[in-house]
Design a protein around this ligand. Structure first.
Ligand code: FMN
Length: 300
């Protein structure tokens, strides 16, 4: 038996396989297909202070080896999450990561404060949201804003704090360092890559908002590179994601420097994928005679 347990700086997972925010809902839809007890953790659909209906029009478009999405954070709001979804998820042996999203820094802080008194194991700060007070530029792309949002959220909660980085920046390294310096316990990456599609017959943008987020296997090499960049820059652990569809992909992320991984878009084509990735990881550890999963981290 191999020891698959990993420690994300205080958040201990029984295995390194988690599912990415926005691709697994609150686990309910997948529970019919897979035993959720096999997951190390779930990062739930991004939650906001108030319920949101999300964007109109087409929200999802298939692309070669991936998809573009513009869901617009449809979710029932933090209070419904606490009332209905935490009790559901607590039936399973997995860690609950609450992915939080705000229009302003104050909203992020308020959500972190509310969740501090609730039964979640970690808070994941999604800083890819548009900053309403700053003309809609994503929080995560401006180092000064990253500094302020992480600092203030850190003061708002004693919970384990993950900061989720956007790949849509020129250099991710200083941003990762700021997140670490301001008190993040762990860094997750990558969020989706900005993309666009045009319907040539209607001569219109496919997505109502024009821009969406590209995910799936198409972005994996970008994610591997950014995980490795961040691994060389910070001391805190990394939760890596972006295009994982096999055990081999998950191993590649860990060798690049991730301590745990998240499966996102791959869940849509195969709802049993996390189970298969876990099996693939076991096989790799067996083949190459590693006694524990942690030995893979950055081992290149
Ligand atoms: C439909 C969809 C919805 C998403 N919603 C969120 C979200 O609410 N919060 C968040 O931090 N990331 C969200 N993401 C980003 C994923 O969690 C993940 O970072 C990204 O898709 C890369 O992983 P993948 O290529 O395996 O999907 C979403 C992705 C998709 C495809």
């Amino acid at each position: 038996m191999h020891n698959l347990s990993v420690n994300l700086n205080g958040l201990i997972l029984k295995n390194p396989i988690t599912v990415a925010s926005g691709t697994y809902g609150f686990g309910r839809e997948y529970a019919d297909y897979m035993d959720l007890n096999q997951l190390g953790a779930i990062s739930v659909k991004g939650i906001t202070l108030e319920p949101r209906e999300g964007n109109g029009g087409i929200r999802i478009v298939e692309t070669p080896m991936g998809m573009l999405n513009s869901v617009g954070l449809q979710n029932p709001g933090v209070h419904a999450f606490i009332k209905n979804e935490i009790p559901f998820l607590r039936q399973f042996d997995l860690k609950i990561i609450a992915n939080i999203n705000g229009n302003t820094i104050e909203e992020y802080c308020e959500m972190a404060e509310i969740l501090s008194g609730e039964d979640v194991d970690s808070i994941e700060l999604n800083i890819s949201c548009p900053n309403v007070k700053n003309g809609g530029v994503a929080f995560g792309t401006d180092p000064n804003v990253v500094k302020e949002v992480v600092r203030r959220v850190r003061k708002s909660t004693t919970k384990h704090l993950i900061v989720k980085l956007s790949p849509n920046v020129t250099d991710i390294k200083p941003i990762a360092k700021i997140a670490e310096d301001e008190g993040a316990d762990c860094i997750s990456l990558i969020n989706t890559v900005s993309g666009m599609g045009i319907d040539i017959h209607k001569r219109k943008m496919i997505l109502e908002r024009g821009v969406g987020g590209l995910s799936g296997p198409a972005i994996k090499p970008i994610a591997i590179k950014l995980v490795h960049d961040v691994y060389k820059t910070v001391k805190i652990p990394i939760l890596g994601m972006g295009g994982i569809i096999s055990g081999e992909d998950a191993i590649e992320f860990m060798l690049a420097g991730a301590t745990a991984v998240a499966i996102g878009t791959g869940n849509f084509t195969d709802p049993k994928l996390p189970e298969k990735v876990l099996k693939g990881m076991y096989q790799y550890l067996e083949t190459y005679k590693f006694e524990n999963a942690h030995a893979l981290v950055g081992n290149i």
